[in-house]
Ligand binder design. Structure first.
Ligand SMILES: Nc1nc2c(ncn2[C@@H]2O[C@H](COP(=O)(O)OP(=O)(O)OP(=O)(O)O)[C@@H](O)[C@H]2O)c(=O)[nH]1
Length: 357
């Protein structure tokens, strides 16, 4: 999946006692591409979700939104030296993450805004190396300036490598170009299955980066209704450009078939989330699935007592053929074999950081 990150290392079991692990999303991009603008947009548009941010410079962050997103002081860590890459090692990052991940802070997602000159691969490595038990790497978002893209590539050829590592690429400032389709096609040719979304002023759907809390809070886990209802809910106008499909099936899925489906998922399918029932392959757990672009993570969690065993997925994308995707998912249903072959889950478990946890 990634040249820089071992495939199997990209997900961890999302289970701390009594709650989920907090995803850590890395927001990278060259100087002035619009990272801070995008972060501010997230802070304003994340509904009930609380965002903790690791930023380089307080100055440009809209403190009001930050205060809404989380208690200021606890939820924000400014790096004095201005570059996270200069943090001595992963343990230093752990100090910041530890502060943000304290249960009392109530953070749902941590966004690390890299300095414009940071090496994203290094940041990804640092998050993956973190020993913190309550966090999980949540993917790399690369912001590019559509208007400066050719010039940036000429000055910084390494941008091609950065794009190759990204899980989601936001092609920002499309308002400043007349040839957005050309830039988008070029960017798509440089990514490795990342979702590529055009944006103005960083206005992307926060759901592409993390699971937002529904606006109406619930006690306990999100239900499927919450997941799907939310798609059409408070971020409505952003969804106008996207198609979504919900898939519900009482027939367990075959893990090998599902992995084949996921490995060949179409470019425009930006987001997949929900739960999968693998039937006899794991009778105790359902598998929460979370995919953004090419980023994929499975998190096994015990079936709640009395819960009907269903696979429930929401797929969101642009220009996707919902009917064809539904048929493909239906074809992932397992044959009625009473026993699972013992290696069947290997493909799935590569996307679970620590299957034993
Ligand atoms: N026209 C236009 N301007 C934008 C857009 N997005 C951001 N900007 C402007 O671009 C400038 C840089 O945006 P920032 O969000 O500060 O970029 P950054 O990547 O955080 O910058 P560094 O922290 O310096 O790397 C600001 O003046 C923004 O207002 C956009 O979509 N269109």
């Amino acid at each position: 999946m990634s040249r820089g990150t071992p495939r199997g290392e990209r997900g961890r079991v999302v289970a701390r006692s009594g709650g989920r692990r907090i995803p850590v999303v890395i927001l990278a991009g060259f100087l002035g591409s619009g990272k801070t603008t995008l972060l501010n947009h997230l802070l304003h548009r994340s509904g009930g979700s609380r965002i903790g941010a690791v930023v380089n410079d307080f100055g440009a962050i809209e403190i009001d939104a930050m205060a809404v997103a989380g208690a200021l002081g606890d939820s924000t860590v400014s790096l004095g030296n201005g570059c996270l890459c200069c943090a001595v090692d992963g343990s230093e990052l752990d100090v910041y993450l530890e502060r943000l991940a304290r249960p009392s802070v109530g953070i749902d997602v941590i966004v690390i805004e890299a300095s414009g000159l940071a090496e994203p691969q290094e940041l990804v490595r640092m998050v993956l190396a973190s020993e913190h038990p309550d966090i999980v790497y949540g993917g790399l978002v690369e912001v590019v300036d559509a208007a400066e893209f050719d010039a940036t590539r000429a000055r910084h050829p390494e941008i091609d490598r950065h794009l190759g590592l990204a899980d989601l690429v936001v092609v920002n400032k499309v308002d400043r170009v007349t040839d957005a389709p050309r830039v988008l096609t070029l960017v798509r040719s440089l990514v490795d299955r990342a979702a590529v979304v055009p944006a103005t002023h960083g206005r992307v759907d926060p759901e592409f980066l993390f699971d937002c809390r529904p606006s109406r809070e619930r006690v306990g886990q999100l239900s499927f209704d919450d997941l799907h209802h939310h798609e059409n809910d408070h971020t409505g106008h952003l969804h106008a450009a996207y198609d979504s499909l919900s898939f519900v099936s009482g027939r367990p899925l075959d893990p090998r078939r599902l992995m084949r489906f996921l490995d060949s998922r179409p470019e425009g399918l930006y987001r997949i989330k929900g739960y999968v029932d693998f039937g006899p392959y794991d009778v105790r757990n359902r598998y929460a699935v979370h995919a953004v672009g090419r980023f994929l993570r499975f998190c096994p969690e015990p079936w709640p007592a009395g819960e009907e065993r269903l696979t429930q997925l929401v797929l969101i994308g642009a220009g996707i053929d919902a009917g064809a995707l539904r048929e493909e998912l239906e074809a992932c249903g397992s044959d009625d074999a009473p026993h699972a072959d013992e290696h069947g889950m290997w493909g799935v478990l590569r996307y679970v950081r620590d299957p034993a946890a």
